[in-house]
Ligand binder design. Structure first.
Ligand code: 0X9
Ligand code: ZN
Length: 497
């Protein structure tokens, strides 16, 4: 629950704060009535902005930083006067059944799941954090030891220490996906036709520090120098790395580190992503109830996949009722995971800012995860459609997907085509054609075995109409090359327009 102090309260708090500056607690303040230029200036300077709109920001500051905020004629309101006390308050409200995962309880839960579902879940460490904790990843797939070259998705949480809710959604999605295998049709299909990687706690040291020391902490736990700890993992990814919305001062919460991927936590994600080639990803954070998409390293950066990214963001938002927007609209900041995943790996990469406060009261965890898990499953599904047809996506997967995925990719890609630029439309068209050729081969093979299910679906899917003649070509080719093809089949495909 947010607490509001009056302006008078704020002034006396600030006066007192100035006297014992070194130990002053951090506070969350809201500044209303700003111009868009002021909002942008605050974001660009690397302040620890929690939430921003066209004319306001909510920002975490020391009393000293508050004084230097580039604002005029506006009076900040203190929402939370002492962030460490706020953390302690949340911790004290935890009860059995409504409590946040710690690194240890998460590790135990992941080990349990991997043990319970050995055929579809594989637990591994993708690297160690600065303090030597394993960064755990679980791969979910019907053949988890094999790279099947099928659409892959990455679901991450807890880049930021004090955002405890952000690992809860990946954990809950993972749990439901495993439990639903063989019981729920959609989840069974997703396990069988996708490779999904969950990395629920990217920054385990930060979460642990925040939870055990009642500390309002954002970064990892690197000891930078005698006085300063921590690099902001979400300013450390290497796409247009620099100072936009980040700080080169190690005492600041948005300190970007000494260079791109200077941190083991971001390097671990980099190595995983470069190996697995994810078609789509979500990185969970808190707070603001947003679905963000790249690029975020500057305003109005051209991006050939904006139509696809904004469409998919909008679809996820239809599940959680959050606001979909380009991440620079929140504030431009370089070095986040989405920009690098999209820019470098062509992953359709999203950040979901959960909730309306950094650490919701523990009794709200279940409601927030229930709202967001369906968006996770939707993204995993669409990794196999938009992820294949989008102009910068991975064309090589076209020849590996199952019939249902191929059909959905043709439908989604075709529906999106109209909103694409001419160049992107042509590229997307080529991808749809490639998927269509693969689908035709699958369908012809199925029909030769006496199974016309996919053929019937193609007939009922207007966007896949072009595949019908390709199926006919496949069957004719087989017949010409001496395979036994039922003439009734040839007749059926030839007479279908
Ligand atoms: O600043 C961040 O890293 C994210 N917000 S948070 O309050 N969870 O710290 C948002 C990153 C969005 N990306 C860009 N604006 N580039
Ligand atoms: Zn965050």
């Amino acid at each position: 629950m947010k607490r509001f102090l009056t302006c008078v309260g704020l002034v006396s708090f600030l006066t007192a704060g100035a006297l014992f500056a070194a130990e002053s607690p951090k506070e969350l303040v809201r500044v209303d009535g700003l111009s868009l230029a002021q909002v942008r200036a605050i974001g660009m300077k690397g302040y620890d902005v929690a939430k921003a709109g066209r004319d306001y920001v909510e920002v975490v500051v020391t009393p000293q930083e508050l004084k230097s905020l580039p604002i005029t004629k506006t009076t900040p309101k203190v929402l939370i006067p002492d962030m460490d006390a706020y953390i302690a308050g949340v911790l004290s409200k935890q009860v059995r059944g409504a409590a946040y995962f710690t690194y240890d309880t998460m590790t135990a839960a992941l080990k349990d799941m991997a043990q319970k579902y050995p055929n579809i879940a594989r637990l591994s460490s993708i690297g160690k954090s600065i303090e030597g904790r394993e960064i755990w990843a679980v791969k979910v797939s019907n053949n988890p030891d094999k790279d099947q070259k099928i659409p892959a998705a990455l679901i991450m949480g807890a880049h930021h220490s004090r955002e405890w809710i952000s690992d809860e959604v990946p954990m809950e999605a993972l749990k439901q996906m495993l439990a639903g295998y063989g019981k729920d049709e959609t989840l069974t299909r997703l396990v069988n036709t996708r490779e999904t990687w969950f990395v629920p706690m990217v920054n385990p040291d930060g979460i642990t520090y925040s939870q055990t020391k009642s500390k309002y902490w954002r970064k990892n736990r690197r000891k930078v120098d005698a006085n300063n700890y921590g690099v902001d993992p979400n300013r450390n990814y290497g796409w247009h790395w620099g100072n936009v919305g980040a700080s080169s001062d190690p005492s600041q919460d948005t300190y970007h580190g000494t260079g791109p991927f200077s941190e083991p936590e971001t390097s671990a994600i980099k190595a995983l992503a470069e190996r697995e080639h994810f078609q789509a990803s979500i990185s969970f954070h808190s707070y603001s109830e947003l679905v963000l998409y790249p690029f975020g390293y500057g305003n109005d950066i051209p991006c050939s996949d904006t139509a696809t990214l904004s469409k998919l963001a909008g679809e996820m938002a239809s599940f959680n009722h959050y606001t979909p927007e380009n991440s620079a609209t929140l504030y431009p900041a370089m070095g986040d995971s989405d920009d690098w995943l999209y820019g470098s790996c062509k992953t359709l990469a999203f950040t979901i800012e959960l909730a309306t406060e950094f650490i919701p009261s523990p009794d709200k965890i279940a409601g927030i995860t229930a709202l967001n898990v369906p968006a996770v499953f939707h993204l995993i599904d669409k990794a196999g459609t938009y992820g294949l047809t989008t102009p910068t996506g991975d064309a090589s997967l076209a020849s590996h997907v199952d019939a249902k995925t191929a059909l959905a990719a043709i439908s989604d890609g075709t529906a999106l085509s109209a909103s694409l630029s001419e160049d992107s439309r042509i590229e997307t068209g080529d991808r749809i054609q490639a998927i269509g050729r693969h689908l035709a081969e699958l369908t012809a093979a199925e029909m030769a075995q006496g199974n016309s299910e996919t053929w019937e679906q193609i007939k009922n899917t207007p966007a896949a109409s072009f595949v019908k003649s390709l199926v006919r070509d496949c069957l004719t080719f087989s017949a010409v090359h001496g395979d036994k093809v039922d003439p009734a089949l040839l007749n059926e495909v030839s007479s279908t327009r």
